[in-house]
Design a protein around this ligand. Structure first.
Ligand SMILES: CC(C)(COP(=O)(O)OP(=O)(O)OC[C@H]1O[C@@H](n2cnc3c(N)ncnc32)[C@H](O)[C@@H]1OP(=O)(O)O)[C@@H](O)C(=O)NCCC(=O)NCCS
Length: 139
């Protein structure tokens, strides 16, 4: 786990709120930050993008990825996911993968651009019963 200051915690929570319809509350975010590793990008001292991830056996799992709205389409998400790919390669993992809501066209468009493939669809994966696409990239 990486140390999180209260300021960083609030900045991540704010981005999450803006980025996701089903956003994390404070306690869910605290648990997520305790459990997952992360990469962040800052602008003028404030977090503008973050990704949470965790190695699981021979795969790297991307849990959450978000960029502050006004900073989107500047390749920040690409930078974060490339950092994860590099880390996964160094650890000699075989894949990087994530779950994406089937309705999340931005997320799907992004992962496709990053050369991830949709390999499966899991019905009722999310809490509102929405299905998930598994998107994955072989390393
Ligand atoms: C998805 C998200 C993380 C992308 O962040 P970003 O920093 O804007 O993405 P990048 O600038 O690195 O985009 C890289 C490429 O991905 C694709 N892409 C990015 N946003 C896209 C969108 N809204 N629609 C379609 N394709 C998109 C494009 O091909 C883009 O390259 P281009 O700008 O040269 O066309 C951001 O839109 C976001 O935070 N969305 C809300 C949260 C979310 O859906 N997270 C992903 C699922 S966990």
């Amino acid at each position: 786990m990486t140390e999180t200051t209260q300021k960083e915690f609030n900045e991540i929570l704010e981005i999450d709120k803006e980025a996701f319809e089903f956003n994390y509350n404070k306690s869910q975010m605290k648990n997520a930050l305790d459990y997952f590793d992360r990469f962040i990008i800052k602008d003028k001292g404030k977090i503008i993008a973050f990704v949470l991830y965790k190695p699981e056996k021979d795969k790297m799992f991307i849990r959450r990825l978000a960029v502050k709205k006004e900073f989107r389409r500047n390749s920040y998400a690409q930078k974060l996911v490339n950092q994860i790919i590099e880390k996964a390669k160094k650890m000699k993992l075989k894949k990087v993968y994530a779950f994406n809501r089937v309705s999340n066209l931005k997320g799907i468009g992004f992962f496709k651009k990053m050369d991830f493939k949709i390999t499966n669809e899991i019905a009722k994966y999310f809490s509102n019963d929405e299905a998930a696409y598994i998107v994955e990239k072989n390393l």
